[in-house]
Design a protein around this ligand. Structure first.
Ligand code: THG
Length: 443
């Protein structure tokens, strides 16, 4: 990825030397490639940037990206507009634009071609599609291969007679995405699951393997968790003495190549998080920052630069407040710091913090109360690492299951669990029915 970014940098430098007002990255068939170009531009200047992918007749890019995943991935960055160019002609653009518009509030651009190979689309095919493009959220219009100045002037003439319609409403929720799968959090529906098992802590085999750059256990863990229903995979490469940046880059490449679940980078080291962000062709979940102002500002800036969601821990340099009110205060500080850094607070997810019952038994209820306060007062999504609750105790699964059920009842949006545990799955599914998120009881 870094090689690709540096190749794009050469082009960016030449373009900057020659002078430009705006960059348009287009005809990209891979979100990751488009991101590399975007990173190259942002590493060198602050000029406005637009990004377009090209889609086939099935609404996928050559590397299997969907319009939704693309829209989510770039919506969280500071690009000025996103859209579609080239592809398979003007009549296929409406659907692609609509799917983008439902997942991004950026203005959309549409630059179709006039046909490739045997196909030919005439000027009327372009002007006749304008209504649908506008309805789908398009605001910038042009042409790609095979179009001529006549096409563009006909578009302009037709446009001058039209009044732009209202912006398509972006669907409610916080979005994460891989290159081909979007996960929605906090849409009032079921709690999403982060698989916690790609974590070498207390796992000898994974530690030894990772030390010799063997990712078999990582891939096997991913496969098992996805089979059990994980929506997102947490990736923690915390092997003492190892090059964690290299480990996270490699595991991200392997995981993104083999599976389409969005990833979550779990590290307290900002440089490891940045390595993950630069390598990811989607919208990553960053796990995590504390409410320490310096630390959170740095993370929100990174998240904004590359496009990501952030888990904010309800703790700071002084530790974890015992009472829910204290944790709410830190969550509120995180929200303010996100806003100040220009980060969309919708993408901030608060971790109410689960401590082991073996350290303080009353703490569990404060964690549950924190969930409720954060939702009601701050309107932010919440997350918990559920299995911390039972650390050092017997019958861990039973405690984990009941604690998860309580948290779900208090509106938990995202649960970090072992998805392959029957008790976790049972709690998630049963609570889904009891809370009315899963309406199968009515059928
Ligand atoms: N909040 C956030 N992130 C987190 C946590 C959290 N990340 C780490 C952790 N807590 C959640 N992940 C795990 C991963 C593994 C275990 C518990 C939580 C676990 N592991 C076994 C053990 O330690 O005994 C390992 C042995 C094994 O399973 O084979 O229990 O709270 N934001």
């Amino acid at each position: 990825m870094e090689e690709l970014i540096s190749i794009f940098s050469e082009q960016v430098r030449i373009i900057l030397d020659e002078g430009t007002d705006i960059f348009v990255i287009e005809t990209m068939s891979d979100i990751r490639e488009a991101k590399a170009a975007y990173i190259a531009i942002r590493d060198l200047c602050k000029l406005p940037v637009g990004v377009c992918l090209t889609f086939d007749a099935n609404g996928r890019t050559l590397l299997n990206n969907t319009p939704e995943a693309f829209a989510v991935s770039f919506d969280a960055t500071d690009v000025s507009f996103i859209g579609v160019n080239c592809s398979v002609g003007p009549d296929s653009m409406g659907d692609i634009l609509r799917r983008m518009g439902e997942h991004s509030s950026k203005p959309l651009i549409v630059n179709p071609n006039a046909g490739v190979g045997d196909q030919h689309f005439c000027i009327k095919d372009f002007t006749g599609s304008l209504d649908e493009w506008i309805k789908s959220g398009a605001r910038i219009f042009g042409g790609c291969c095979g179009t001529t100045p006549e096409y563009i002037s006909a578009l302009k003439k037709t446009l001058s007679r039209k009044v732009p319609l209202k912006k398509v409403r972006i669907k409610e929720g916080t979005y994460l995405s891989s290159g081909s799968r979007v996960v929605t959090i906090g849409d009032g529906l079921r709690c999403a699951v982060i698989g916690e098992r790609i974590n070498p802590t207390n796992r000898k085999k994974m530690i030894e393997e990772l030390k010799s750059l063997n990712f078999d256990s990582v891939l096997e863990s991913a496969r098992a968790q996805i089979k059990s229903g994980a929506d997102i995979l947490d990736v923690n490469m915390g092997v003492a003495g190892a090059d964690q940046k290299a480990l996270i880059k490699r595991s991200f490449n392997l995981l993104s190549g083999a599976f389409d679940m969005p990833l979550c980078a779990d590290s307290s080291d900002d440089s490891v998080i940045e390595a993950a962000l630069r390598n990811y062709g989607g919208k990553l979940l960053i796990n995590s920052t504390t409410a320490d102002l310096k630390k959170s500002t740095a993370i929100f800036k990174l998240a904004k630069r590359y496009g990501a969601c952030v888990i904010g821990l309800a703790m700071d340099e002084k530790g974890i407040p015992t009472k829910a009110e204290g944790r709410l205060k830190l969550a509120s500080r995180l929200k303010a710091s996100a806003k100040k850094a220009g980060f969309n607070t919708k993408d901030l997810i608060i971790d109410a913090l689960t401590l082991s019952l073996s350290s303080n038994q009353k703490d569990a209820l404060e964690t549950i109360r924190t969930l409720e306060l954060v939702r009601k007062r701050l309107h932010l999504c919440t997350v918990l690492g559920v299995s911390n609750i039972s650390y050092g105790l017997p019958e861990r699964e039973n405690l984990n299951q009941m604690f998860l059920a309580m948290a779900l009842n208090s509106g938990l949006n995202l649960a970090i669990v072992n998805p392959s545990s029957d008790k976790m799955r049972s709690a998630l599914m049963s609570m889904g029915v009891i809370l009315g998120h899963d309406v199968s009881a009515l059928e």
